[in-house]
Design a protein around this ligand. Structure first.
Ligand code: SF4
Ligand code: SF4
Length: 148
């Protein structure tokens, strides 16, 4: 559910949408990550999320790591304190399709390591049980070569 007080369609001529926003786009970054395919991949993702201040989401089959954190140039009134020297990615971003009024829902969304692990258990084949060390050692011991 959107929590905005002013709808895009209510903007008057000359008004800027960002004036009504708490700078949602300046408070995180998200990077695409490889699609997890096995237990090790999910274990890595589990480790990311253990650090807090981040989550994993999937949008149109692409997996992303989202890291929460306000840009150091974000001013208390939600304006950019580095406007003239802001990075290219900020310059090219527009309000046309920004997250101002999106509801923050994704195809999949993981906030805790437990959620990731539960999902891994649902989609992966069961983990192979580790053999006890002594058994493993015995199994890898080579047979003696018999010379005839
Ligand atoms: S571009 Fe969109 S999300 Fe970013 S500050 Fe403006 S209205 Fe908010
Ligand atoms: S440099 Fe400015 S526009 Fe870019 S993320 Fe930081 S506060 Fe936002």
């Amino acid at each position: 559910m959107s929590t905005v007080t002013v709808k895009r369609s209510d903007l008057k001529a000359g008004e800027v949408l960002c004036s009504y926003c708490t700078a949602r786009c300046c408070r995180y970054f998200a990077l695409p990550i490889e699609t997890p395919e096995n237990w090790e991949d999910f274990d890595h993702m589990r480790w990311y999320v253990m650090h807090g201040h981040c989550s994993i989401f999937v949008d149109e089959d692409t997996w992303f790591l989202m890291v929460y954190g306000d840009c150091k140039y974000l001013l208390p009134d939600y304006r950019c304190g580095n406007y003239e020297d802001r990075p290219k990615i900020c310059r090219s971003y527009t309000t046309d399709d920004c997250e101002y009024d999106n509801d923050g829902t994704y195809d999949r969304f993981f906030e805790t390591p437990e959620q990731i692990w539960e999902y891994a258990h649902a989609v992966l084949p069961p983990k192979k049980k580790k053999r006890k060390k002594s058994q493993a050692a015995t199994a890898t011991q080579k047979l003696p070569v018999v010379h005839i």
